[in-house]
Design a protein around this ligand. Structure first.
Ligand code: PHE
Length: 444
């Protein structure tokens, strides 16, 4: 495929910002705090950090390498780099899984981001009422499909509008604008929570003092699943973003930078939110509604000045991630099916939009793995905890065993580091992923 059709990043810095923009999203600000609350705090955080280091970082490096070396989408990358088998390569399953995961993730992601967009409007009109009333208000949005659909439509429309403009003019340009604003607002909120509220120290202890008796096997599975979700791994996002690089980069350094910002932002968001939870004696295990029901209690006092930037931040962070999810599926249709960007973006975006509508129907539930789950929960649970880790497992094995010399060929990182990374990709990451999945399924 001619490179002119595919598009590429304007600068390396632009690529880095877009990649950090993909990683930093609802996963950091909405999901990390709420699952940390649900799974008991410090011990979960430790399991998560362990997974970022031993599973996330190596796979991030592997995905970027796959993309940059092949200059293809997540399916095409395996076909191109498996030189012996080409189109018959069984490894392309990893790419396929990614395209399918992208479809389902984008559906519930857009609905959640829609709630965040709704809260921008609420921030402007001002929060009021008791903590219980604020919670009831969120429950109403969550339980009224027509409201969720309205905001989902708006968010999905924004995502499509950016992706349709292409890699440089759309994704890169908007990430450059939105990401720095996000960094500034979050730093402010974190400093406020830590030093100016009475719950700051309790939040620190909750996040960093592990109590292993609270860690369950579902908690460990979720810690691993979340390390994939938050770094945008296991579904070909980093393969796709890597494929728009014009020259090679230092994969280790790049991956470390992305993982560092991603983790720092998640921890900062956790500190900011739990400081408030402890200050106002709110429920730590509030689930997906956590930030929508805790923060407004504070925002009632601070007013629009803090509330508006916060929900803008959350929506921006979600947007720079959502475009990267949609792009995986769009890139597949452009590269492999020869579709134009406009056709691919509108076609795929339209279908995902419909899947998102399913996620707004709250009271239709299935019994799955010990719990009643609606479409929203099901899409989230299955993609994050199973599909992304399996996608990542395939990437890890492929780069570790099949890509051999190509991986270390012309990198500056040093032979030793590459040897270590190769061993991790060949053995450590795959074994860890398999054990945790089996453990989560209660087979092990
Ligand atoms: N990493 C994003 C977040 O933390 C979500 C995402 C998942 C993006 C998978 C791309 C692929 O919100």
């Amino acid at each position: 495929m001619a490179s002119g059709v595919r598009g590429s990043w304007g600068t390396r810095m632009g690529f880095l910002i877009a990649a950090v923009g993909s990683a930093v999203g609802l996963g950091n600000i909405w999901k990390f705090p709420y699952i940390t609350g649900v799974y008991g705090g410090g011990a979960f955080v430790l399991a998560y950090l362990f997974c970022i280091l031993l599973v996330g970082l190596p796979i991030l490096m592997a995905e970027l390498t796959l993309g940059a070396r092949s200059k293809r989408n997540s399916v095409g990358a395996f076909i191109t780099l498996d030189e012996k088998r080409g189109k018959k390569s069984p490894w392309q399953l990893g790419g396929w899984l990614g395209v399918i995961s992208g479809f389902f993730i984008m559906a519930f992601y857009s609905v959640t981001a829609g709630w965040s967009t709704a809260y921008i409007a609420k921030a402007i009109s001002g929060f009021s009422g008791t903590a219980a009333e604020i919670k009831a208000e969120f429950d109403k949005i969550q339980n009224t499909p027509s409201i969720s659909i309205l905001w989902h439509t708006l968010f999905m429309g924004l995502t499509i509008a950016i992706v349709i403009r292409g890699v440089k003019q759309g994704i890169e340009k908007w990430s450059r604008i939105l990401m720095p604003i996000l960094g500034i607002i979050l730093t402010g909120l974190c400093v406020y929570g830590l030093f100016f509220t009475s719950g700051g120290m309790k939040a620190l202890a909750f996040l960093f003092k592990p109590d292993f008796s609270k860690l369950t096997s579902e908690g460990v599975l979720s810690a691993m699943g979340h390390s994939f979700f938050t770094l945008s791994l296991g579904m070909g996002t980093m393969i796709t973003y890597g494929s728009y690089l014009k020259q090679e980069v230092n994969y280790f350094q790049t991956s470390l930078t992305i993982a560092f910002f991603d983790t720092a932002i998640a921890l900062a968001a956790g500190l900011a939110i739990f400081s408030l939870v402890f200050t106002y004696n709110l429920e730590v295990s509030g689930g997906p509604g956590l930030i929508f029901t805790t923060l407004p209690v504070l925002f009632k006092q601070t007013g629009m000045l803090v509330a508006l930037p916060f929900f803008l931040l959350l929506t921006f962070a979600a947007l720079t991630s959502a475009i990267s999810i949609l792009e995986v599926v769009v890139a597949y249709f452009i590269d492999e099916k020869g579709w134009s960007r406009v056709k691919a973006t509108l076609g795929v975006g339209g279908l995902i939009y419909l899947a998102g509508i399913l996620c707004t129907i709250n009271d239709f539930t299935f019994h799955f793995q010990g719990k009643e789950r609606n479409f929203y929960d099901l899409f989230d649970f299955v993609t994050t905890n199973y599909m992304l880790p399996i996608g990542g497992l395939i990437v890890s094995l492929f780069v570790g065993w099949v890509l051999k010399d190509r991986f270390s060929e012309d990198s500056e990182v040093g032979i030793l580091l590459h040897k270590i990374m190769r061993i991790i990709l060949k053995f450590v990451t795959p074994i860890l992923v398999i054990i945790i999945i089996l453990h989560g399924l209660k087979i092990l």
